[in-house]
Design a protein around this ligand. Structure first.
Ligand code: BTN
Length: 252
């Protein structure tokens, strides 16, 4: 691949035809000193990881990439990496692929009611300084299904941007735009303009959702996404609750 040709900023690219997980690999190299802006890309993953310990099915025509980050901000803002990446990726997909995507809080991108992209940020926090030694931003995008048979648990949820397999050129262009969009936001992460874009793209505001917190399932209506990218909901008993991404599993 020659994504470099499409990129505005400089990155160190590492390509794999097949890998277990680009996030796992990026984590290993981050532990060994890889610089911010090192990008691991694979055509296929055999053990792609999703949020909350789930697997991310990645044996199809897609984009699987992980970026090594060395954040300067404190650990309580790490979740904003996912938020910034969601905006960066949704904007890139819309522009390059000519579609209109939405964001399902906190880390999923949807097209026509189906999930086409998942984002997973993992980090290693220094408990003394409460800063991150490194963070790994992982992005997985379903481009097209081809002849792949989807596993039962995702066949009603997973969607694809295209019907046909895409050219390498589209893939490279999309990767480059995602990375450049992301780093443009990440450099000024405290500015929060991207949260307005995130809110505008939300497919949840005004919808009823179920969320699991601890062992209990609640039903609520989504009212807003606040300036810290937390979900503001009204529960069935009329109470307003503010949900942090780490705490809840959410169903539409
Ligand atoms: C989710 O949907 O819960 C998040 C999925 C994140 C998947 C990407 S694919 C590239 C990177 N490597 C992984 O193992 N996971 C992320």
């Amino acid at each position: 691949m020659s994504i470099e040709n499409y990129c505005k900023f400089n990155y160190d690219f590492l390509y794999f035809e097949e890998i277990d997980s680009t996030n796992t690999y990026a984590k290993e190299i981050a532990k060994n000193g890889a610089c911010e802006g090192t990008v691991v890309i694979a055509d296929k993953q055999t053990a792609g990881k999703g949020r909350l310990g789930r697997t991310f099915f990645s044996l199809l025509d897609g984009i699987y990439l992980s970026v090594v980050l060395r954040p300067k901000f404190t650990a309580d803002n790490i979740h904003l990496i996912t938020v910034a990446a969601a905006v960066a990726t949704a904007n890139a997909i819309d522009e390059i692929c000519g579609v209109k995507t939405g964001i399902k809080w906190v880390n999923d991108i949807y097209l026509n009611g189906k999930k086409i992209c998942g984002i997973l940020t993992e980090s290693s926090i220094n408990t003394q300084s409460l800063t991150a030694e490194y963070a790994i931003l992982g992005i997985g995008i379903n481009l097209s299904l081809g002849n792949t048979q989807l596993p039962d648990d995702i066949k009603d949820i997973a969607g694809f941007i295209f019907e046909e397999t895409q050219t390498l050129e589209i893939k490279e262009h999309l990767c480059a735009r995602i990375l450049d969009n992301f780093f443009s936001i990440y450099k000024g992460l405290s500015e929060k303009e991207y949260i307005t874009q995130y809110r505008r793209r939300s497919i949840l505001i005004g919808k009823d959702v179920k969320y699991i917190c601890g062992d209990t399932e609640y039903t609520a209506t989504v009212c807003d996404i606040d300036d810290h990218a937390r979900l503001v909901v009204r529960t069935a008993d009329g109470k307003i609750r503010i949900l942090n991404a780490g705490e809840v599993s959410l169903k539409l």
